[in-house]
Design a protein around this ligand. Sequence first.
Ligand SMILES: C[S@@+](CC[C@H](N)C(=O)[O-])C[C@H]1O[C@@H](n2cnc3c(N)ncnc32)[C@H](O)[C@@H]1O
Length: 326
Amino acid sequence: MKNFHITSPIQETTSSSSEYSSSGREGLINQLCDHLNSRFGISPNQQMASKLNRIFIDMELVEIHRRVIELTSLSTNHPSWLELVAKLTVHETYFFRDEPQLGMLRDNLLPTLIDQAAGKASPHLRILSAGCSSGEEVYSIAMLVLDAMLEAGYAYGNELSGVSLMPGWQLEILGVDVSADALQLARNACYTKEGLGSFRNMSLQWQRWFDDIDSTSNESSQIYRRPKDFIRRITRFEQHNLLQTGIRFGLFDLVLCRNTMIYFNDKNKRIAQNHLFDVLNASGIVLLGATDPLLCPDRCERYRSRGVAYYSQNRSNLSGVTTKTA
Ligand SMILES: C[S@@+](CC[C@H](N)C(=O)[O-])C[C@H]1O[C@@H](n2cnc3c(N)ncnc32)[C@H](O)[C@@H]1O
């Protein structure tokens, strides 16, 4: 690792650790940082160092040494690595995050993607949420797509009775994340109404797409909201590291990867973004977070609609929707 040294605030306390100097502890944590960077794209910084120091705070140096040796010998997909990454990364997310982007998606891009899908012999739409955290993004997109399909006449029903796709249609929204804990929350899909939390940005119109669940324990009673069954049925969640190819998941018509590469250095951003375009259909769309830079311009065409950027592998299929920017 270059240009970064963790300064551990922790002093060694036991004689069994005497064979290691305090720089030994720092050296071991730096070693872990190197692996976190190359395996998961997590760039070392002071916040990361503090989190690692907190994780190891109760361990003697000899134990940290054992853990580091063990971890570095394990494959990147091993649960121990994934668990550590989950502890180090931020899982902040909420329903309908970035309203301007999702509004543009709903009104401009989804009708086009749905029309394209309708033209296929067996109409289907596949959507990927890369770095889905606890699932709010996946369920928001599911609701937007179902709403757009109702409007286009390829689905019937309503949010109260349930929305069904017209015969022959298939719709799948896959959420992937490196964190097993976040994925468990996503699959469980029970979101507390307390405070602002997951619903801080959700307009009232979407409330009817949720069931209220009253969870009473010995001490307290809490109301949760859960996306209705017909929404959850079209979603799926898998553990996946974005620095590895996702080609096993097949191709997608829409790929969202928002606010997920915040720790990645440019090299790793480029690797992860190339993986996104590897799983994008020829006429598909990629949406990044508002502040995420695109680092693989050779892979795509860049467009802008209503002030929102999006990326396509194939310009001609979307001509007429918006104007391409320089
Ligand atoms: C801040 S959340 C963003 C969630 C959602 N996309 C949104 O915009 O609200 C970032 C998520 O990226 C996940 N993540 C970080 N590094 C990852 C990696 N290498 N592979 C897969 N997911 C990763 C984290 O576990 C976390 O859940």
